[in-house]
Design a protein around this ligand. Structure first.
Ligand SMILES: Cc1cc2nc3c(=O)[nH]c(=O)nc-3n(C[C@H](O)[C@H](O)[C@H](O)COP(=O)(O)OP(=O)(O)OC[C@H]3O[C@@H](n4cnc5c(N)ncnc54)[C@H](O)[C@@H]3O)c2cc1C
Length: 546
């Protein structure tokens, strides 16, 4: 039996890494357990072929879909979790997302907290993760108590022209909120080069505000927060009554040797699928259907967004490097002549031939590399997101060997199709409708298949009612006194914007609650850094070089 801790956190991604950062200043003994290792800094970090064609940073896991067909999920097991590869587009949910929303295929349920309740933690997360943006530009956003710590990243000329054209046509584009380290005064002082390799790539210069760089690495020198990598949590043990987690069983590297760690509080933040897997594998006499699963909700209500990556091709060459600076929420909510909410449109990292090959192997198989490279030089890339619904049969289960099965039936396809139609109208306004070689209506679009689990959420939702939720409002398991969850599993609904900021904000919220429970109130579980002169520039000041 290994030593005892005040808190054990499983997983170091957006949820776990942020939670550790929140709790570390309490001085409590906190053990971080991470199944991956630190992602190696190497030139491959920025090379499209290793990243997109070879999938070098994707786990070797095999999961199975609802029919039992195996697939390789796009999960990333590193310190920092999926945020090592993420695009760092750090959006808040809209206030309406915290309430009930009617969709074409059903109801998106309300959260047990309101946007107003949640807002202070969004602000803290934005300041912690160095978000660059401009509150006040997007008409759909909710009230904010504090401006972003840094002004938005400026649009490059092609994107600025797109923004201007959209505004002229009556749309409301805004600067996308972006978590990057762009300022020398911005500790830990790595400088983002605004290269094309942010979205989907690890950052070789460590200038992406991910959960490793921002959450975990600053803690490594602290004596009270040991980190064990190569440490996969396989199950939790409880007392005979099933009310208290008494042990965290860890496999250090797949050799079959298991250690057991103990903590007063245990927090799962292993990502939506793996958190459910751990609970389901922790079945006992007291919890025969899986730990904390008396409601039969563990693993259910899996969501991952109805998403589409779209590359539009225009006559005009697109020499943009850092492209993901623009967002558009004009179709986010229902209203006017729009019966249903359609979702969010944002720009993606700039595509290139390697990425196109990796993402669309069938479509691009016979196309020579030079031709793809030329097409990519004209491509303007967008990401379309429609909300999907928490449906009980969209669920994670685990077989006897411990493999994840992910049953998923799509929904809200009519809304996604309508959003794509809106995108096509927009394309007419921004010079993507005509091309001297490609047909006017040619768009390369990619529907994200079930393996695209990047935005996985919802498998252990929080709520007031133990019959319909796994966790209470503080994200503590209804049925277990010392077990919490702090990753995207907790989402009762997912909205139609990227999930990471909400996971980070919630982790700070849960961390402050745990600090208070441990009697650490007053030890400043987390406080936003002071606003610097640079950050205090007016909102209209755009980017570092404007
Ligand atoms: C390519 C890509 C681009 C993305 N872009 C964006 C974006 O621009 N904006 C945005 O908001 N979101 C984005 N996302 C999604 C975002 O990264 C996730 O929503 C977020 O990281 C989820 O946080 P989490 O804490 O739930 O899980 P993760 O961040 O994945 O963390 C889970 C952690 O648990 C570890 N773990 C898993 N199982 C175990 C176990 N049994 N024992 C110990 N450790 C375990 C994992 O290794 C990992 O470190 C992107 C994701 C990807 C993959």
């Amino acid at each position: 039996m290994a030593e005892h801790f005040d808190v054990i956190i499983v997983g170091t991604g957006a949820g776990g890494g942020t939670l550790a950062h929140t709790l570390a200043p309490t001085g409590k003994r906190i053990l971080l357990l991470e199944r991956g290792t630190f992602l190696t800094r190497e030139t491959d970090n920025w090379a499209p072929d290793p990243v997109f064609v070879d999938g070098k940073y994707i786990s070797s896991d095999t999961w199975y879909d609802g029919d039992g067909t195996p697939f390789q999920p796009q999960v990333h097991y590193f310190v920092g979790g999926a945020t090592k590869l993420y695009g760092a587009a750090l959006y808040r949910l809209r206030p309406e997302d915290f309430g009930e929303i009617r969709h074409v295929d059903g109801i998106s349920p309300a959260w047990p907290v309101s946007y107003a309740d949640f807002e202070p933690w969004y602000t803290k997360a934005e300041w912690l993760y160095h978000v660059h943006g401009a509150h006040g530009e997007d008409p759909t956003e909710g009230p904010w108590s504090r401006q972003y710590p840094w002004p938005p990243v400026s649009h490059e000329p092609r994107v600025q022209r797109i923004s201007d054209s959209l505004t002229k046509a009556g749309y409301h584009p805004f600067h996308a909120p972006c978590g990057i380290l762009l300022n020398e005064a911005d500790p830990p002082a790595s400088i983002c080069m605004r290269c094309a390799t942010c979205d989907g790539y690890p950052c070789m210069v460590h200038a992406k505000a991910d959960a490793d760089i921002i959450g975990v690495r600053p803690l490594l020198e602290l004596p009270n927060v040991p980190l064990l990598v190569n440490s996969e949590v396989v199950r939790l043990l409880t007392d005979p009554a099933g009310r208290t987690v008494t042990g965290v069983v860890v496999d250090h590297g797949g050799d079959g040797m298991e250690d057991v760690y103990t903590g007063d509080i245990v927090v799962l933040a292993a990502g939506a699928a793996n958190t459910a897997k751990i609970l389901l594998r922790s079945a006992s006499d007291a919890h025969p259907a899986g730990l904390a699963n008396g409601s039969d909700q563990v693993g259910r209500n899996y969501m991952f967004h109805v998403s589409k990556a779209v590359a539009g091709f225009g006559e005009e060459a697109n020499d943009t490097v850092f492209q993901k600076t623009l967002g558009l929420n004009d179709f986010y909510l229902a209203g006017g002549d729009r019966e249903w909410p359609l979702g969010n449109i944002q720009m993606l990292g700039k595509s290139n031939a390697g990425a196109m090959k990796g993402e669309e192997p069938h479509l691009t198989k016979l196309v020579p590399h030079w031709s793809l490279a030329e097409a990519a030089g004209h491509a303007v890339d967008f990401w379309l997101t429609t909300e999907d619904l928490p449906m009980p049969d969209n669920r994670v289960t685990v077989d006897r060997e411990g493999s994840i099965h992910l049953a998923y039936t799509e929904c809200n396809q009519a809304e996604a199709a309508a959003l794509y139609e809106e995108f096509r109208k927009i394309a007419n306004h921004i010079g993507l409708a005509k091309h001297h070689v490609l047909h006017k209506s040619f768009y390369m679009s990619m529907n994200i298949p079930v393996a695209g689990v990047a935005h996985q959420a919802g498998t252990c939702r929080f709520g007031a009612d133990p019959a319909t939720s796994v966790l209470d409002v503080n994200c503590k398991a209804h049925e277990v006194d010392n077990l919490y969850v702090a990753d995207t599993s907790i989402f009762p609904s997912i909205g139609a914007v990227n999930p990471a900021l909400t996971a980070m904000a919630n982790a700070i919220r849960v961390g402050e609650h745990i600090a208070e429970r441990l009697g650490a109130t007053g030890s400043a579980a987390w406080a936003p850094p002071p606003r610097t002169a640079e950050a205090a520039r007016p909102e209209s000041a755009v980017g570092r070089d404007s």
